[in-house]
Design a protein. Sequence first.
Lengths: 217, 218
Amino acid sequence: MSELLPIDSLIKSLGAQATPVRRLLSPGRRTLGWTLVVVALAAYLMWRHGMGAMMQRWQLAPLVCCADVSAFVTCIAAGWAAFALSVPGRGKSWVWLPLPSLLIWMAASGWGCLRMLIAPDAQAVALPESADCLVFIVALSVPLSVLLVLMVRRACPLRPVQAAIMIGLASASASAALLGIFHPINSAASDLAMHVIAVLIVIGVNAAMGGRLLQPR
Amino acid sequence: MPGLTTAGTMGLYIDFPLRASPRSHVSDDIHSSQEQASQRRSAWMAAAQDGDRQAYEKVLGDSVGLIRAVARRQGVAMDSLDDVVQETLLTVHRVRHTYDPARSYDAWLAAIAARRAIDHLRSHGRHGAREVHDEFALDMHPDVGDATTQTERAQEAARLRRAVAELPAGQREAVEQLGLKEQSLAEAAEQTGRNTGALKVNLHRALKTLRQRLNGDS
């Protein structure tokens, strides 16, 4: 009997290990799970701080409402993109999914900030308070990023850095949206700058760390 | 490739619409059979996810050609294709739970194969960059003394001796006198008692026979 070629032998060996596997949930269903986690955190913060302050701010400055909602949409879209990018064979154009809501979020925050500079009728913000925003966004982004990394690693991210950037954006935007629930101040240049810095820190750390954490096995 | 075929077909048969028909049927048939093969692989992989060993072996066996094609397209050398195939098959085994039976198996596999081919090229590039190639050192220190070279030379000498021994007597004589003992034609003629013309002919035939035996039917 002739000896099997290495590839034939490998196929036989893998065939012998053909145990049933639990299929990965679709990116849409995994996004639903991620959204439920964020909604649960939002519900906790609303129960803790009440919705009054948030509703009052939204009435005073509808752009803040727009910024908060688009941050929430960005967190869902970026999460969906991360899950889709982690499945082999899905197109890399998923990376653009969070872009529209991200632009709206940045534009609404920036416009609110500009209005403050022209007509400063709202509460002024001090730098230390803005620094608290940065700490909150970065601190909450850590466990959210860890959760997303664990969820994405269950798949096979063939584009680990892109997936990690999406994870960073999803967790940072989720933290920013959650911050909006009890944020005591209105838009201001220093506040916006801190938000942008916080989001960039979270995305950067994820890109640097997550790229390695998500390397295909 | 399909684009090229379509354009070529249109260009060739634009004046002969009656002849275009069979070609387009052939193209349709090929496309249809490829589609069927792709669907078959998807079904096998879905069964493999449920633990069907036979289906799993079939889909892995059927994937080898596709992996090779993807690896070649990425620029992997022919002698490294098997390495990429093996790496891809191992990855497929590890992440087979990520395949969605509602989607194309070929696209799923091609993405994994492309990634593995790129990984292979990168690691190969790094390996090559670490190795120093010094042509001068290579020329100055040929592998004359190592065991492999000595063994090969001994084997070649033994083959040559056997081939000379199997030559007809006249040819063997010419080789021994003119080639191995390095005698002149006149000396060899005197030793063997043959004329120089016969020695030349025998030597020529002997060399031809040896060349055939050592190179042709070795």
